[in-house]
Design a binder for this molecule. Structure first.
Ligand code: SF4
Ligand code: SF4
Length: 158
């Protein structure tokens, strides 16, 4: 999963996440809203009957566990075609599988950001220090058979 969108713009307005709808954010604001937790790059299991989504620690093959970032962000769609590009207009349909702490999901649902969000703490590391990121907790998907993903389910927010 990723988080790019098209409209452009480099401005970042004060408290933009509280003052403007997601559709009106500049590209820079949209990018800044990502807390860098990396949990959207973890594989999920969805119960076909209940629709319940469980997060696993089995990470996408391009996920860098140390930086919590995509290792091939610019060409990721060529390598992982199923990587979802997150856009404001799609949140209604995709937010159900986003992590509970995802900033896009929170704002979309009218919830405030957590104090550890880098926009509030002023530090990118605060998301890791709060224990809510995927840093150093993952196993690569090429090392775990899909039938065994269930053994790697993690409880959010960790
Ligand atoms: S889950 Fe949301 S906030 Fe966290 S890295 Fe993914 S898009 Fe960013
Ligand atoms: S390709 Fe994988 S690691 Fe990269 S953004 Fe998409 S889900 Fe995350």
């Amino acid at each position: 999963m990723a988080r790019k969108r098209s409209p452009g713009g480099t401005r970042i307005r004060p408290q933009f996440w509280e003052r403007y709808p997601l559709e009106e954010l500049s590209t820079a604001e949209w990018e800044a809203l990502c807390d860098g937790c990396g949990k959207c790059c973890l594989n999920k299991l969805e119960d076909e009957e209940t629709g319940e989504v469980a997060l696993t620690r089995v990470a996408c093959r391009l996920f860098d566990d140390e930086t919590c970032r995509c290792s091939q962000y610019d060409i990721r769609k060529q390598i992982v075609p199923e990587c979802v590009v997150l856009k404001p207009e799609d949140l209604e349909t995709v937010s159900y599988w986003l992590p509970l702490t995802c900033a896009y999901k929170l704002i979309h649902e009218g919830q405030p950001l957590y104090p550890w969000h880098p926009l509030l703490s002023g530090r990118a590391e605060s998301v890791h220090e709060a224990g809510v990121s995927a840093q150093n907790i993952t196993v690569p998907e090429f090392e775990v058979d899909e039938e065994e993903w269930e053994d790697h389910i993690i409880e959010e927010p960790n």
